[in-house]
Design a protein around this ligand. Structure first.
Ligand code: PBE
Length: 266
């Protein structure tokens, strides 16, 4: 891990919201006079989790359901239990930032209406539907294998890049994809989010995870990250995601604007 005087390092996963939350962590550092380096889009969840434990990054944005189901394998853990399990690994977690970003299944509204599908259990009676699911979702503990079993679904699924999935829906090459509930594309493409009628998915409250040694090395930064708890609601996060994904503004500029800072020069 880094030493006093070296910049602290935030990592992000390879999707827009994670990069935005990384840039917000850079922005709060800037406001506190702490130099923060952003290792953008390092990879999927497991890569970030390993990087944090090895100390090649000091912090990254994560989700409580991902911690409970996929990383710590404590499916019934509440926030206190998660914090205790993190502490054993020399890690800390901020309070929930204020929004949930859950996995969900989605379809084009016209197709869902035509087939009269509004819930995941209804997919069971349409074995011919083509499912295109993000690569990480295909393999996760809280992903496709468990979902398929929980609902007794007859389809098989293909893995694809999450950003390409929306285009597949648009073109009609896939019928059903996994969505992230704060994705800007849901409203933009007029998609229907299928009701998780068997309550398969847990809640995924956004938090920052960080190495406990940051409290000594850059206490202003970890305090500023912790002060973000409760400040980002779902409409705000969705709006930031939309600015990047639909209006193509740089994440750093969107994050700075949300923080009330002047756009960074880079
Ligand atoms: N999520 C939902 C996943 C991806 C989609 C944000 C909880 C995660 O990054 O763990």
């Amino acid at each position: 891990s880094a030493h006093a005087g070296e910049p602290v390092r935030i990592g992000s996963k390879n999707f827009t919201e994670s990069v935005l939350l990384g840039e917000i962590a850079v922005g709060v550092g800037r406001a506190e006079g702490v130099e923060v380096e952003h290792r953008r889009q390092l990879g999927g969840t497991r890569i970030l989790w390993r990087a944090l434990q090895e100390g090649s990054i000091d912090a990254y944005p994560e989700y409580t359901g991902t911690l409970a189901r996929e990383l710590l394998r404590m499916p019934d853990a509440d926030i206190d239990a998660l914090e205790a399990a993190l502490a054993e690994r020399g890690l800390r977690m901020t309070g929930p930032l204020g929004f949930d970003n859950t996995y969900a299944l989605g379809m084009r509204a016209d197709r869902a209406l035509e087939l009269d599908i509004d819930r995941i259990s209804a997919l069971a009676s349409h074995p011919g539907l083509v499912l295109g699911l993000s690569n990480e979702f295909m393999q996760r503990e809280d992903g496709w294998p468990g979902l398929r079993e929980a609902y007794g679904l007859p389809q098989s699924a293909n893995g694809l890049d999450h950003d390409l999935a929306y285009r597949g829906l648009e073109s009609g090459s896939v019928d059903v994809i996994d969505l992230y509930s704060t994705d800007a594309e849901i409203a933009h493409y007029n998609l229907v989010v299928l009701d998780d009628d068997r309550r398969y998915f847990p809640s995924y409250q956004a938090v920052y995870l960080y190495r406990a040694d940051v409290d000594a090395r850059a206490p202003q930064w970890s305090a500023a990250l912790s002060a973000l708890a409760g400040t980002i609601d779902a409409p705000s996060m969705r709006a930031m995601n939309a600015e990047v994904k639909l209006e193509r503004r740089p994440e750093a500029a969107v994050a700075a604007a949300w923080l009330g800072q002047a756009a960074p020069v880079s």
